[in-house]
Design a protein around this ligand. Structure first.
Ligand SMILES: *[C@@H]1O[C@H](CO)[C@@H](O)[C@H](O)[C@H]1NC(C)=O
Ligand SMILES: *[C@@H]1O[C@H](CO)[C@@H](O)[C@H](O)[C@H]1NC(C)=O
Ligand SMILES: *[C@@H]1O[C@H](CO)[C@@H](O)[C@H](O)[C@H]1NC(C)=O
Ligand SMILES: *[C@@H]1O[C@H](CO)[C@@H](O)[C@H](O)[C@H]1NC(C)=O
Ligand SMILES: *[C@@H]1O[C@H](CO)[C@@H](O)[C@H](O)[C@H]1NC(C)=O
Ligand SMILES: *[C@@H]1O[C@H](CO)[C@@H](O)[C@H](O)[C@H]1NC(C)=O
Ligand SMILES: *[C@@H]1O[C@H](CO)[C@@H](O)[C@H](O)[C@H]1NC(C)=O
Ligand SMILES: *[C@@H]1O[C@H](CO)[C@@H](O)[C@H](O)[C@H]1NC(C)=O
Ligand SMILES: *[C@@H]1O[C@H](CO)[C@@H](O)[C@H](O)[C@H]1NC(C)=O
Ligand SMILES: *[C@@H]1O[C@H](CO)[C@@H](O)[C@H](O)[C@H]1NC(C)=O
Ligand SMILES: *[C@@H]1O[C@H](CO)[C@@H](O)[C@H](O)[C@H]1NC(C)=O
Ligand SMILES: *[C@@H]1O[C@H](CO)[C@@H](O)[C@H](O)[C@H]1NC(C)=O
Length: 566
């Protein structure tokens, strides 16, 4: 090698270093993304029924929020509907900023008719698929949409770049007015009428009547790979979804990258998101994408199948699509084995920072129950509880009460374990299904920056069932899960502390338990609840009061001026 060519290399090398430093020290290109959300009632027709529904900007599903990691997002929500409204940005961590989290009467009072509130938050340290939805009563039945967070400029995905991306939002449709249906259920003390259809991007597909125009189709080109951002926005149903003839590679859950694995079917609980890569590698044709409920106990559910079409370019609509083979609706083994495959990517760039030492151990039992109700259908009302406590909703938002030191709104005395130990998942317990109702909500108080391990234990009070639990303000690591009663001696030894899935919503298996860990470094009041709306309404919820850290930079931000009053 001549000296002149080696000096060329040297120059190129210097140049590269210069470019690298220039990129490194350039101010970050964080942008402000502004959105206007007008809450409006619009007539929408599905399954041959037209009815007024609550929408955002007249859209069903609502608009997609696009942001890049590092951006500031400002969404001005103006309520033109007759209902109180609040919107939750599901999975956004909202560091020190519970004011923008959204659950009504937990972090804010609702936006009343004719008023506006601007949700103002930064997207920090997160990228992937999340979603937004109404967080008051059952209004999220129609008020929901996707949040797509792109990685920082110049940062590729840790998987092959797809040719195209599409959002696949799963939902539920009622022919009747959902708020009337919920009110009726509440008055009678029984579950409200179940949904009449499932939907994919708001459309039930051709297996339902009057569906010609109500079928979602994704046009694909043979040989190309697509990234599907799948969101379960259903209220009460855990869902299977598959595409005939094709396999999916799971690459991300709840906006966290995972170790890729392929599967013919994915399982997704209400609240969860799953990104999959699908290669259009079959004979050009039309293929059904189908979704239906997973339910492994004899509890009535909407068992109808929604379909969309994975349509190769150039294939006429007259071709009848083939149908995917989904697991049986009660396939417990599939559910357990699918969830076991989920592992954090855990690379130097995307590490799994699992708390190894635990400061605070919590054990919460999940129960269904029945309390006396003279005016109800059977003299009792269905209820649900954590540690036998049915959460009562306050009239003032808890975050304000916490921030302004208001007394008399809540007690910070939620117990760390159930009042009595019993054979949680043994024979069905039906003798005494009463739960404890307090006049004020009870919160679990957590020291700032402490590491928390929470074991959620299903019980056979009334019935065992799978419950998807969602924690606001945090992601957590799912360090362990099992069937039966949690064994405090044997089970922790089997925890995965290396690459457990990190997410914001996790299914507690039917008659089983799930252990999660997180570091309580986000001060504020954070809701945790079953993401089956039926159970949330029955009281299967609690909130954590996480104390401020040292000094203002680790404390809750001051409330925004336009925070809605009660
Ligand atoms: C909306 O549908 C209802 C029936 O559900 C009908 O009474 C009403 O006139 C419709 N409104 C509009 C603006 O089409
Ligand atoms: C939010 O939107 C409403 C209605 O368009 C408008 O009156 C209000 O000024 C907006 N708020 C902000 C902060 O832009
Ligand atoms: C978002 O980031 C900007 C710029 O760093 C900062 O001024 C603002 O206070 C942050 N907002 C929240 C809610 O954290
Ligand atoms: C719920 O379903 C029952 C039985 O089909 C029906 O009679 C009732 O009207 C429904 N309730 C509402 C609010 O649509
Ligand atoms: C679906 O549920 C309905 C009633 O809830 C029941 O009659 C029907 O047999 C179920 N269908 C299937 C395929 O399980
Ligand atoms: C699942 O449901 C089918 C049909 O109802 C039934 O035959 C089967 O025993 C059930 N399997 C399990 C594991 O419960
Ligand atoms: C109400 O009680 C009747 C009679 O005991 C029972 O058959 C029915 O299943 C009960 N309904 C509910 C929703 O609990
Ligand atoms: C609430 O009490 C804490 C601790 O006593 C105090 O630091 C804080 O300033 C109080 N907040 C308000 C808004 O009064
Ligand atoms: C709990 O109940 C199950 C089912 O009835 C039984 O097999 C098990 O032995 C019981 N466990 C204890 C500790 O009693
Ligand atoms: C729950 O609390 C109620 C009311 O205090 C009580 O009657 C019931 O026995 C408790 N149940 C359990 C499982 O602890
Ligand atoms: C929280 O704890 C971690 C681990 O001990 C520590 O590195 C970090 O500095 C702590 N944060 C604060 C704000 O004290
Ligand atoms: C709407 O919210 C306000 C403030 O919390 C409350 O006073 C009012 O009763 C609510 N309206 C309805 C219909 O729930």
């Amino acid at each position: 090698m001549s000296s002149s060519s080696s000096s060329h290399y040297y120059l190129a090398y210097k140049c590269l270093i210069f470019i690298f430093l220039a990129i490194y020290f350039l101010p970050s290109h964080a942008a402000v993304k502004n959105y206007q959300f007008d809450i409006e009632v619009k007539n929408v027709s599905r399954l041959c029924h037209a009815k007024p529904i609550v929408t955002v900007n007249g859209m069903y599903p609502g608009p997609t929020i696009y942001a890049r990691e590092g951006d500031r997002v400002m969404i001005n929500v103006t309520n033109h509907a007759q209902y109180n409204m609040s919107i939750h940005w599901h999975g956004l961590k909202q560091y020190r900023n519970g004011w923008a989290d959204g659950p009504a009467y937990i972090t804010q009072c609702p936006i009343q008719t004719g008023n506006s509130y601007t949700y103002d938050f930064n997207v920090t340290g997160q990228r992937g698929t999340l979603w937004w939805h109404a967080h008051i009563s059952w209004l999220r039945a129609t008020v929901y949409g996707a949040i797509v967070i792109m990685p920082k400029e110049g940062t590729p995905y840790p998987f092959p770049q797809p040719h195209m991306e599409a959002n696949i939002i799963l939902g539920e449709w009622w022919n009747g007015d959902v708020e009337t249906i919920v009110k009726q259920g509440d008055q009678l003390g029984i579950p409200p009428n179940m949904s009449d259809a499932h939907t994919i991007n708001g459309k039930p597909g051709p297996l339902f009547p009057c569906s010609e125009k109500h079928t979602y189709a994704l046009e694909v080109e043979q040989g190309k790979t697509y990234l599907l951002r799948i969101i379960n926005a259903a209220l009460n149903d855990e869902l299977f979804i598959g595409i005939a003839g094709h396999t999916m590679t799971v690459v991300e859950i709840d906006a966290v990258y995972v170790k890729p694995f392929t599967t013919k079917t994915i399982l997704i609980a209400p609240g969860q998101t799953t990104n999959v890569l699908v290669r259009a590698d079959q004979i050009p044709n039309r293929y059904f994408m189908a979704t239906r409920t997973f339910m492994d106990v004899p509890i009535p559910v909407d068992n109808k199948t929604a379909t969309a079409i994975f349509q190769y370019k150039g294939i006429p609509n007259s071709v009848i699509p083939s149908f995917p083979q989904l697991p049986a609706p009660n396939d417990t083994l599939f559910a357990l084995s699918y969830n076991r495959k989920l592992r954090s990517l855990n690379t130097p760039q995307f590490p799994a920072k699992v708390p190894l030492k635990v400061d605070r151990k919590l054990f919460f039992t999940i129960g269904l129950g029945a309390n006396p109700c003279a005016t109800c259908l059977n003299g009792t009302r269905f209820t649900a509880s954590l540690n036998n406590i049915t959460f009562v909703m306050p009239k003032t938002a808890l975050l304000q009460a916490h921030y302004f030191n208001m007394s008399g709104v809540f007690h910070a005395d939620f117990p760390d374990k159930p009042p009595t130990a019993f054979n949680y998942t043994g024979a069905p317990l039906t003798a005494n299904l009463r739960t404890s109702l307090t006049t004020r909500p009870r919160l679990s108080k957590i020291a700032f920056n402490s590491t928390v391990e929470l074991v959620l234990q299903d019980t056979n009070l009334l019935s065992v069932e799978s419950h998807p639990f969602h924690l606001h303000g945090y992601n957590f690591f799912v360090v362990g899960t099992g069937v039966g009663n949690f064994d405090t001696l044997r089970d922790p030894a089997k925890f995965n502390l290396i690459d457990p899935p990190e997410r914001n919503t996790v299914g507690v298996p039917t008659g089983g338990w799930t252990a999660i860990r997180f570091r309580a470094d986000n001060p504020g009041v954070w809701f945790m609840h079953c993401h089956l709306e039926l159970h949330t309404g029955w009281g299967l919820k609690v909130a954590f009061e996480v104390e401020n850290g040292p000094g203002p930079e680790y404390s809750i931000l001051p409330p925004p001026k336009d925070l809605p009053p009660c």
